[in-house]
Design a protein around this ligand. Structure first.
Ligand SMILES: [Zn+2]
Length: 132
């Protein structure tokens, strides 16, 4: 199996070849992963005021990556809880990865404001249906 380095990411050539677009956008995929790597590398330069913008940039990059692979852009497959500054529950979100159910923490500086009075229900974490 051959792997390709793109920034801090290691991509499987076999995975790329087996995706719907195959290697059609191979160079674009490398560039997109390098961009994602750069954003993550400079995460400490983001102020609290622009953490949400960084997450939105990562969502946009992930959508472009999905399209380059030949998949329909779908934010339900973005692992936002692994991105910098997110303090949302990891295991709950992993359990529902690929669905429209997302778990947010009220203490997350990026997603905390998604917890509203309507969905709070007295629980520390709250599942919010989003991106549907
Ligand atoms: Zn979060």
């Amino acid at each position: 199996m051959i792997f390709v380095r793109a920034g801090d990411f290691i991509l499987s050539e076999r995975f790329i070849r087996n995706s719907p677009n195959g290697t059609k956008f191979f160079k674009e995929l490398i560039i997109l992963y390098e961009l994602k790597s750069t954003i993550l590398k400079f995460k400490d330069t983001y102020t609290s005021a622009c953490m949400k913008e960084m997450h939105e940039d990562l969502h946009c990059l992930e959508e472009a990556i999905q399209e380059a692979f030949g998949y329909k852009p779908d934010r339900n497959y973005h692992r936002f809880w692994e991105w910098p500054y997110c303090k949302c529950p990891v295991l709950d979100n992993m359990d529902h990865w690929g669905t429209s159910i997302h778990y947010y923490s009220g203490s997350c500086p990026v997603h905390g404001d998604k917890i509203t009075q309507d969905n709070w229900k007295g629980h520390f974490f709250s599942a919010v249906k989003e991106y549907t």
